[in-house]
Design a protein around this ligand. Structure first.
Ligand code: FES
Length: 257
């Protein structure tokens, strides 16, 4: 189970309350992970327990007594006596609104599309109770007016395909490339409406970039914008066997259909 942020090793511990449950965790642990330790799942998109917390998606916001605003739980460290609320009406509204904006960047039929049913974004949309998307002019529509769903696929890599129309620029792929594999093949290029995942300055495709086809970005992607070609061709596997070796820390996955 993904606990949201990396485990912290510390001899010092703090005790806090999350939705009325008392939990004791090492000093420096994120509120997101402390909640998970207490058995409370806070929806998240940009956080993962093998990546440093980034705090970009704002899906994991919570209320903390005595603290102003709605901090991101993935980047907020625990404190002794902290009282956290993860499921107030206000928090639920904010989360649903944020996820709705992300879904507005998706192909129009995203909420009904079976092909997306397994994506993490789809699960988060369901978890926050999102049933409809009121906005139809998301970032991709701004970048490519009238043709957002026709954005060209990057199918240059023989093992996976990048579909930019499903990308919400959470940067998990970029951080996985850097933090898990140490390759630095990906970046977020552009600003504002034009911000997008880029694999290089020249041809800007994965195959001619510094990508080593390790698959860390594919495993990190919460939206299926990056998807293994075997999954595209034959569907989601029933079982995945993962092995690791001394060459890299990613782990190879073998699908069983
Ligand atoms: Fe915390 Fe994205 S999961 S801001």
């Amino acid at each position: 189970r993904d606990m949201g942020t990396p485990a912290i090793r510390s001899d010092q511990h703090v005790t806090l309350s999350v939705d009325g449950l008392s939990v004791t965790v090492p000093t420096g642990t994120s509120v997101l992970r402390a909640a998970a330790e207490a058995g409370i799942t806070i929806p998240k998109l940009c956080a993962s327990d093998n990546l440093e917390a980034f705090g970009s998606c704002r899906v994991c916001v919570v209320e903390i007594e005595g603290m102003r605003g709605t901090p991101a739980s993935c980047t907020t460290p625990v404190a002794e006596g902290m009282v956290v609320h993860t499921q107030t009406d206000a928090i639920s509204r904010i989360r649903r609104g944020v996820v709705e904006l992300y879904m507005s960047d998706y192909p129009r039929d995203a909420l009904a599309c079976n092909a997306l049913a397994d994506s993490e974004l789809h699960a988060v949309a369901s978890a926050v109770g999102l049933r409809d998307v009121r906005y139809t002019e998301g970032r991709n529509h701004q970048r490519y007016p009238g043709n957002a769903e026709g954005l060209p696929l990057d199918a240059s890599n023989p093992y996976f395909t990048f579909d930019p129309s499903k990308c919400i620029v959470c940067s998990r792929c970029v951080r996985a490339c850097e933090e898990v594999q140490g390759t630095f093949a990906l970046t977020i290029a552009g600003r504002g409406w034009d911000s997008h995942v880029s694999a290089g300055m020249a041809s800007d495709d994965f195959l001619s970039s510094d990508c080593v086809s390790c698959g860390a970005c594919v495993q990190a992607c919460p939206t299926d914008a990056l998807l293994e070609n075997t999954v595209i061709q034959t569907g989601t596997p029933e079982h995945v066997v993962k092995t690791t070796c001394a060459y890299c820390g990613v782990g190879c996955s073998f699908d069983a259909h």
